[in-house]
Structure formats: structure tokens, C-alpha cells
Design a binder for this molecule. Structure first.
Ligand SMILES: [Ca+2]
Length: 481
């Protein structure tokens, strides 16, 4: 059932941020992947590569891509260490040896930027790179239906594979000699670099979703409980597209950003954001709008869930399954999208066990609190949401945070701060009393550390004040558990 390939509705366009032949995401549309994505009709002869090099035009599967990359590596006749050094000198995407080895052995499907960096390091001419990128896009599309078609189909194209060119590759024959040579190269690399055992029978899930590119956005409305506690927005995304960042507003007011996931994220991910209480308390519904900021490619959304903490537990107040197979759910939530670059399904590794709903701590950004005689500082490297409260330098400098307690009792506050001019202290009050001081050890500015304090909270919303006491500290966020 490899032919489901063509059933994938959307085709992503060229790379957003890198690559000289940058046609830009605006050039969207099926053109970029071309009719080749219609699948394995494969009667045309493998176009002999220009100037005798490998011909990515012939690539339709992960195994074929791996084989061609390995051939390119063999032609370059350099070590992985040298490739890494060349990429470092070029200054773009890095090319760690292990990443390269995984790619060449077929253990990992590379990020496109990694593949391009590899090809550049192999001194592949710039004008040949778009063909490689299109090959990458075809393979990426091909990888999903292969797994969707059934568990047995995963060996060939999906994710980490046991061998360099595993998989049955049904009814496809393509430059067998080349494949064999390349496979041998890949085996050699694999065996000299590392031996990683991949378990078979991976846990995958299929879902439909959408994505939007630069200038694009989406919006939808979700129910919440006006009498409930803090609200958590959870987004299901395809983490294979890296560096996705988008701005979020709730009922027209800035609520923060979807920040990029850590490098190396893959498969499905459930990302969550605790919304500022000032935007949710007392409301029965939220209209959430998301606007593209940056990405390796585009910003995708496969579903949203709203969780809310109430008496003692998290409950799901609303769920929106985004995607062309769920237009009813989309309409029910007033879902709209502009600048769409993708609609279709993906089959990916299941997200990690601990999804957003289960994260026990509720995060309150300092900058979302009431800030008195201090200032909000954006561009804080390494801080949550990249923003902190700075200038807490005066006796009347403080931040008030509304924090929720599902019951009356003691809770732990995890306060994230930076202190760069000696040890500092803040005075802490809860609901106007319980005054004590919190010590912030000096670790330097923009070095974000956590200190904990035990707080007596009453059931419902409380006001936590962190106020200047001694020396200087910046505040990033507070988590309550
Ligand atoms: Ca922050």
C-alpha cells in the first residue's frame, strides 16, 4: 500500500531559512515535490546523475536516500571528522560525527538542514542541492504511509531501522549495484562508529493535522470552567520540523509563545503552556490565536487540549482535533487557518509517556504577574519564554503572582532566578502575611537557577509576592507543586 503516498493532501515547500536556492515557503504547493511523489510507477530510467554524481531524482525511499548519501560520502573520500570540521568552518548547521554516522547508516532520518550541511561538506555543487531537498521531501512523505499501512511495513522506511538498507521495498528495483555499493559503505560506517540496537515493533500513532508558514496563523475557541484553576494549553505537534516558534494570544492579549523544542526531538510531541491566570480566571471560553514567528519549515498543529486544575485534579475541559478528517470538530471550535502549507496525516513515534497533562508543576511566568517598580526584560537568554522581570532594585520593587492551590495546605514553590552580583534575597509574602526571606545564590546573570520554598496556601487563588530585600536578582518564573 505504498501508493497512499499520493493521498497525502499537502506538500510542503522548500526550506524556509537556509539554502541558496531558496524559493521560500511562499512557493508552496505541490510543485515542489512534484509528480514524483505520486509514487512508485518507476518505469523511467534512473536519470544518470549530472556530472556523474549521484542522482537524487531517483530517490523515493529512505533506503534509497541513505544509499545515495553513502555514495556521496564515498566519493568525497574524507573522514566524518573532516566533514564535521568543514561544517563548523561554514558556520551553518552543525554536523556532529555521530549524527552523520546515524544518517549514513540509515538509523535516523536526518533533518533536512543536516542533510544539506552534509552535502555541502561533501562539496556537492550548490545547484544540485534543490534536487536533494526534493528527494528528502519525497522520502519524508513516503515514510508516513509506509507505517500507516501496517506494523509490518515499518522496517523499510520508518525511522530507525535495523540495518542500513533493511526492508522489503516491494516491487521496486532501482540501480541495484549502486545500492549494494552504498549499502556496503553504510555497513562499514555503522560498524566502525557505534553499535546501536533498535527495538522493533515501535509504538506509532497516526493523526491528521495542518501547518502554516511565514505570515500564517490559526485561531480556535475552547471551553474552560470560569470557577476553575489554572489553564494549560497542550499542543500535539510533529516534532520532526525543528525550531517551530509561534506567538499566542488569548482573547486578543499576548499569552506567550510556543517555544522550539530541544534539538533532537522527533516523532509526536505534546507541548504545553500554562496560560497566565489573568487571561483565564473567571472566563468560560478562550479564543486562542497562534501566529507564525519562525521555524525550520512551518508551524504544525495536529490537536489541542485544554486542561484545567480544579479541586485536587486536572480535568480536560475541551479537545480540538485539527485536520482535514476532523472538519466537524474544527467548525465546532471556530477553527480557522491562514497561510496553510500542509494538510494531511502523519504516522510517527508516539509521544513520551509524560505528556503535558501529567506535568505536576504549574508554571507562572514572573513577567505575566503584576510588576511594581521593576521592568519586564525580553531577550533573556535561556529563560522560560525568553523573558524575565529585571530591575527589582528598590525597596518597593516586587512581583505579585496569582497562584492556585487545589486544597489548603503547604505547597512547594520552585523559584527560577539569576543573581549576578553576589548572593541576593527577596522577601516573600503569601496573601499579605507569612513573611520570610528567600536566598538566591550568586551564579551570574543569565544563569537561571531554582530555589525552593515551602508555602502555606489556601484553597483557590493566592497572591504570592516576591519583593526586593537584599542585593539584586532577576526572576524568570515560579512553579507550584
Ligand atoms: Ca519567564
Amino acid at each position: 500500500m505504498v501508493r497512499i503516498l499520493s493521498g497525502v493532501g499537502g506538500v510542503r515547500s522548500g526550506p524556509g531559512s537556509e539554502g541558496p536556492a531558496n524559493t521560500g515557503p511562499a512557493s508552496a504547493g505541490p510543485a515542489s515535490a512534484g509528480p514524483a511523489s505520486a509514487g512508485p510507477t518507476n518505469t523511467r530510467p534512473p536519470a544518470a546523475g549530472q556530472e556523474g554524481g549521484p542522482a537524487p531524482e531517483t530517490v523515493h525511499s529512505h533506503a534509497e536516500l541513505v544509499a545515495l548519501l553513502a555514495e556521496q560520502f564515498a566519493r568525497a573520500d574524507v573522514s566524518l571528522r573532516e566533514l564535521q570540521a568543514r561544517a563548523d568552518r561554514a558556520g551553518g548547521t552543525r554536523l556532529p560525527r555521530a549524527t552523520c554516522a546515524d544518517m549514513l547508516a540509515g538509523r535516523r532520518f536526518p533533518r533536512k538542514a543536516v542533510m544539506v550541511a552534509f552535502l555541502r561538506a561533501c562539496q556537492v555543487p550548490e545547484e544540485r542541492l534543490p534536487a536533494w531537498e526534493r528527494a528528502w521531501e519525497r522520502v519524508r512523505l513516503a515514510r508516513m504511509p509506509a507505517t500507516a499501512a501496517g506494523e509490518a511495513g515499518t522496517a523499510g522506511d520508518a525511522g530507525p531501522v535495523a540495518g542500513p538498507v533493511a526492508g522489503p521495498a516491494p516491487k521496486r528495483r532501482r540501480t541495484p549495484l549502486l545500492l549494494l555499493v552504498a549499502a556496503l559503505v553504510a555497513v562499514a560506517i555503522a560498524s566502525t562508529i557505534t553499535a546501536v540496537a533498535w527495538t522493533s515493533g515501535r509504538n506509532t500513532r497516526t493523526d491528521d493535522g495542518r501547518a502554516f508558514g511565514p505570515g500564517g496563523s490559526s485561531s480556535f475557541t475552547m471551553r474552560i470552567d470560569p470557577a476553575g484553576g489554572p489553564v494549560r494549553l497542550i499542543r500535539r505537534l510533529d516534532a520532526q520540523v525543528s525550531r517551530q516558534r509561534a506567538a499566542i494570544t488569548v482573547n486578543g492579549v499576548s499569552a506567550g509563545h510556543w517555544e522550539p523544542l530541544p534539538d533532537g526531538a522527533a516523532g509526536w510531541a505534546d507541548q504545553h503552556l500554562d496560560l497566565p491566570p489573568s487571561l483565564t480566571a473567571g472566563r468560560g471560553s478562550l479564543t486562542v490565536a497562534t501566529a507564525f514567528v519562525s521555524s525550520e519549515w512551518d508551524f504544525n498543529e495536529f490537536g489541542y487540549t485544554v486542561g484545567q486544575q480544579s479541586d485536587g485534579a486536572w480535568t480536560t475541559t475541551d479537545t480540538l482535533d485539527v485536520g482535514p478528517a476532523h472538519t466537524g470538530a474544527e467548525a465546532a471550535h471556530g477553527y480557522r487557518i491562514t497561510g496553510e502549507t500542509f494538510r494531511g496525516t502523519r504516522t510517527l513515534d508516539a509521544p513520551p509517556e509524560a505528556d503535558g497533562r501529567a506535568a505536576p508543576r504549574v508554571r507562572y511566568e514572573a513577567e505575566a504577574g503584576r510588576v511594581n517598580h521593576a521592568r519586564v526584560r525580553p531577550g533573556a537568554v535561556g529563560a522560560s519564554q525568553g523573558t524575565v522581570v529585571a530591575g527589582l532594585d528598590h525597596p518597593d520593587s516586587f512581583v505579585d503572582l496569582r497562584v492556585y492551590a487545589p486544597r489548603t495546605g503547604r505547597f512547594t514553590a520552585h523559584v527560577t532566578y539569576a543573581a549576578g552580583y553576589g548572593d541576593a534575597q527577596h522577601a516573600v509574602t503569601v496573601n499579605g502575611s507569612t513573611r520570610f526571606t528567600l536566598d538566591y545564590l550568586h551564579h551570574g546573570w543569565d544563569v537561571w537557577r531554582q530555589v525552593t520554598a515551602s508555602l502555606p496556601l489556601t484553597r483557590g487563588w493566592n497572591t504570592l509576592r516576591l519583593q526586593y530585600h537584599n542585593r539584586w536578582a532577576e526572576l524568570d518564573h515560579v512553579e507550584i507543586a
